[in-house]
Ligand binder design. Structure first.
Ligand SMILES: *Cc1c(COP(=O)(O)O)cnc(C)c1O
Length: 373
């Protein structure tokens, strides 16, 4: 009989007391009766911008909308090509299509799994307008070479840091490198809300002014519309909760990093396991603890039988999704992304995960490889 049930992700009262703080903040916002925008949202926006070391943050309805608003702000539209990593979450790619542009997939680095300048270079054409470095799994992309490439070809960098709030590159927070950046506050993200939420971040006043209008019907002031915008706003109740979570983000990330170190140490040299690699100058906040093995499916099945939940990020790479057959790629077009889809497994990791839970995961993995070589 399996002894310890381990969820892939679970909300825990970590750091101790955070649940009560969040509940009190939400209650305060409920009683404030300012349900749309208002002070709670604008204060969170300022605090989040300060955290990212950017001038302005604009709360929006979710991470996908944040990407759409960001792409619109920098003028990406019909016929433009935007380079995205072939192994990203589908939202990054869909946002490019949503603004009328063409997503151009690039292979990630086989070690860090992130987009690199080397991977992006070969896809640059006269129509390329932007690159979206996605700080996947929680690790910062190597930004110096990506920024240099963008400068050489006059391209715009739009960061997707939905998986990496709090990660840094050369000491600077991700989200502060692009002309504009997008993030998500989906509940299980490192900075998670109590529902869908997201933000656009920039230090360019013109882009900030555009985003500020565009996400709220294009209005400059109430009922005075300067452009045809959308409705995508961060809810006041969620902003109240996010203000508390943001105060604890570094502590939440530290716990993820501590758990990751335990995994990294204990899984060294087991079977054919490939463990996460952190590139020089990059930090990793382990949104996902991602391992690779040729026996992925068997390992996942075994762990499930032992009561241990895992996940796969992501089982089907973008170019093999039915929704993207029109891009004209086939199996074999992106070998690294395809190998990742076949070999990747994400282990349980969340702030407040107990030692007992982590030991159960490690014991099960050890047993599996003792039996399966
Ligand atoms: C979660 C995520 C998004 C989208 O966020 P939503 O809030 O779910 O719309 C975009 N990009 C990446 C890399 C993500 O992980």
């Amino acid at each position: 009989m399996p002894s310890t049930q381990v969820p892939y992700f679970s909300f825990r009262n970590f750091p101790v007391g955070i649940d009560q703080q969040v509940e009190e903040a939400v209650l305060r916002a409920v009683r404030g009766q300012q349900y749309i925008l208002g002070e709670e949202v604008s204060v969170f926006e300022s605090e989040f911008a300060a955290y990212v070391q950017a001038d302005t943050a604009i709360g929006v309805g979710n991470g996908y909308d944040a990407l759409v608003v960001a792409l619109k702000a920098v003028g990406i539209g019909a016929g433009d090509e935007v380079i995205v990593p072939a192994n990203t979450f589908i939202a990054t790619v869909n946002a490019v299509v949503q603004v009328g542009a063409i997503p151009v997939l690039a292979e990630p680095d086989r070690h860090t799994c992130n987009l690199t300048a080397a991977g992006a270079t070969e896809h640059i054409t006269p129509r390329t307008k932007a690159i979206i470095p996605v700080h996947l799994y929680g690790q910062a992309c190597e930004m110096t070479s990506i920024l240099r490439l963008a400068e050489q070809h006059d391209l715009t960098i739009v960061e997707d840091f939905a998986q990496a709030q709090g990660a840094r590159y050369k000491g600077r927070p991700v989200g502060s490198f692009g002309r504009i950046s997008a993030t998500s506050f989906y509940p299980t993200k490192n900075l998670g809300a109590l529902g869908d939420g997201g933000a656009v971040v920039t230090s360019d006043p013109a882009l900030a002014a555009f985003a500020e209008m565009y996400h709220n019907y294009g209005q400059q002031q109430k009922y005075h519309n300067q452009l045809v915008g959308i409705n995508s706003r961060l809810d006041t109740l969620l902003a109240a909760a996010l203000r508390i979570k943001l105060q604890h983000l570094d502590a939440l990330n530290s716990d993820r990093q501590r758990l990751a170190q335990v995994y990294l140490h204990a899984l060294q040299g087991i079977g054919d396991l490939v463990l996460p690699v952190t590139a020089p100058d990059c930090t990793h906040v382990y949104h996902i603890f991602h391992i690779r093995t040729k026996q992925r499916n068997a390992l996942q099945l075994y762990l499930t039988e032992q009561g241990i939940q895992t996940a796969i990020h992501y089982p089907v790479p973008v170019h093999l999704q039915e929704a993207y057959t029109w891009l004209g790629h086939k199996r074999g077009s992106f070998p690294v992304a395809e190998e990742l889809a076949e070999m990747s497994l994400s282990l349980p990791l969340f702030p407040g995960m107990s030692e007992t839970e982590q030991k159960a995961v490690l014991a099960a993995i050890h047993t599996f490889f003792e039996r399966h070589g």
